[in-house]
Design a protein around this ligand. Structure first.
Ligand code: MG
Length: 289
């Protein structure tokens, strides 16, 4: 039954321009893994994810996690645009990397403490609503949504709930449009349990693919150096049918190595340079349009 639902889900997405499991072998929920979606991308193509949006250009004013950076990623046609979220004590989700601003912990202070803070390009720090409104202008660009580590599991649980509420409010509660990443195992476990139709990739390499798969987490997003430290992990990721991303690949030599390894999805601050390296290597890029 679950297998049928997953195939129906993929068939529905096949008619859309973007599909997280478009060409992967999709398998159902099985005894080995609690994940409802697996199979990975693993289709020979490589996807570019703009790290904190395509901020590294004049049009975005070099402002990471800005709405302008998301817009530039959308206009560049990269497959995905990554961003970070932290939640205030009164439940407002900020698109912001650090856990504190001017010495004030975001999750211990209300939004009123942060509402006037500006980014490098003059934008106010976006709240999730600002970001999702821009996302709706080009929903074919996949949102790579990073839930940052917060002070307590209770706050992290609330962040996952608020995230689901906000995505539903904007019609973006859709595994074809959003994938999740986190350094928090607690957050990944909660998403795997409560939103198993979504891809969720764990960011820390303290756990290998076997343990994560056993826990029902369907993807890994490792630092690119991990494949040198654990040469057997890539094969296991393939065997287990997990989704695979790596971060943050900015140096040309490292780009070439990740392309050589065939990493399905590569996060970078330099998306246009990575696109050029893919062309040079003769590897097809899965773009968002
Ligand atoms: Mg991030």
């Amino acid at each position: 039954m679950i297998k049928k639902i997953i195939w129906t889900f993929c068939a529905a997405m096949a008619v859309m321009s973007v599909s997280p499991c478009q060409a992967g072998t999709v398998t159902g929920n099985d005894e080995r893994s609690g994940s409802a979606v697996s199979g990975g991308w693993n289709d020979g193509r490589i996807r570019i994810v703009a790290h904190r949006g395509f901020w590294n250009c004049e049009e975005a004013g070099y402002a990471r996690n800005s709405v302008a950076a998301l817009r530039c990623a959308q206009e560049a046609g990269v497959w995905g645009s990554e961003f970070d979220v932290n939640m205030t004590s009164d439940g407002v989700i900020l698109v912001y990397h650090d856990g504190s601003i001017n010495g004030k912990a975001i999750d211990r202070n209300p939004y009123s403490e942060f509402k006037d803070v500006r980014l490098e390009n003059g934008e106010k720090i976006p709240v999730i609503d600002d970001y999702l409104k821009q996302a709706l202008k080009h929903p074919e660009t996949v949102l790579v949504y990073e839930l940052k580590v917060h002070s307590t599991p209770e706050i992290e649980a609330r962040l996952v709930e608020r995230t689901a509420e906000k995505l539903k409010e904007y019609g973006l509660y859709d595994p074809a449009k959003v994938v999740f990443i986190s350094f928090s195992k607690f957050i990944c476990d909660k998403i795997a349990a409560e939103m198993p139709e979504f891809i969720c990739m764990y960011l820390r390499d303290d756990l290998g693919p076997d343990q994560l798969n056993k826990d029902g987490i369907n993807g890994v997003d490792y630092h690119y150096s991990v494949f040198g430290k654990h040469p057997d992990w890539l094969g296991r990721i393939r065997e287990l049918g997990m989704f695979l991303n790596c971060w943050t690949v900015n140096d040309v030599k490292d780009m070439q190595e990740m392309i050589r390894l065939g990493i399905d999805c590569i996060t970078t601050d330099n998306p246009l340079e990575l696109r050029q390296e893919l062309k040079t290597a003769g590897v097809e890029e899965e773009m968002s349009f």
